[in-house]
Ligand binder design. Sequence first.
Ligand SMILES: O=C(O)CCC(=O)C(=O)O
Ligand SMILES: [Fe+2]
Length: 251
Amino acid sequence: MDLFSELDQSNQPKLPFIISADIEYSYLWHDAVQAFILKVPNGELMFAEHFFNRKVSDRSVEYFQQNDTLDWKNTNWQQVSEHDFAQIKFTHINWQRDKINMYGRSLYLPRLTAWYGDSGKRYTYSGITSKPNAWNQGLLYIKQKIEQATATSFNSVLLNWYRNGDDHMSWHADDEQELGKNPVIASVNFGQTRDFVLRRMDDPAKKIVIALPHGSLLVMRGQLQHYWQHSVPKRKKVTGSRFNLTFRYIV
Ligand SMILES: O=C(O)CCC(=O)C(=O)O
Ligand SMILES: [Fe+2]
């Protein structure tokens, strides 16, 4: 019996990801930050399942939805009409219902979005170029915690609000030029748990599925955006809201 290998394993929690059998990977548990570091071909992920405590996480869900019109706890946001939504003034977050052009038709994105960042930075996502909203206290609090844990500085954040399991994000890579060559992207999650799925660009059957719960942090880094795509698929059984914040550094 190899006593020492057994000791090592007993210290290391099991990685809570579903990984296709033909992906070569290795991981370690980083006790100081209570996070897994996963190395996959052409990239690295860091995952802290309980990065923000319950109090901060619950408060964030409230903070993002506070508004002058509707009781956020009892609102089915998916059913608020375009007209009604446009009348609502959110207290902290300037939520948008963005439209994109697809094959000459204008369609709503299947989620709400907001972009915050240092002034003077322009950013393009889903073909939309926008100017950032100015930082507020809540977002700066979250940013500062993420910067400490990742030893990285960020100057912008894209917020996504998935109102229920119908809202989703299609396959893409965060490979916009303004993010630089090998960006560090830190993704923070509040509200309903949703699956985040990665797949190899050269072999889309190779997948990694990560359930991202309330208060979790997932960091993507290395060459990942050049070799892997990611998505947030529909989940019919999910009825409530999920908020995702991806912190980025715009060059
Ligand atoms: O909601 C998520 O977990 C992913 C968001 C994302 O991929 C993005 O904003 O680029
Ligand atoms: Fe992305």
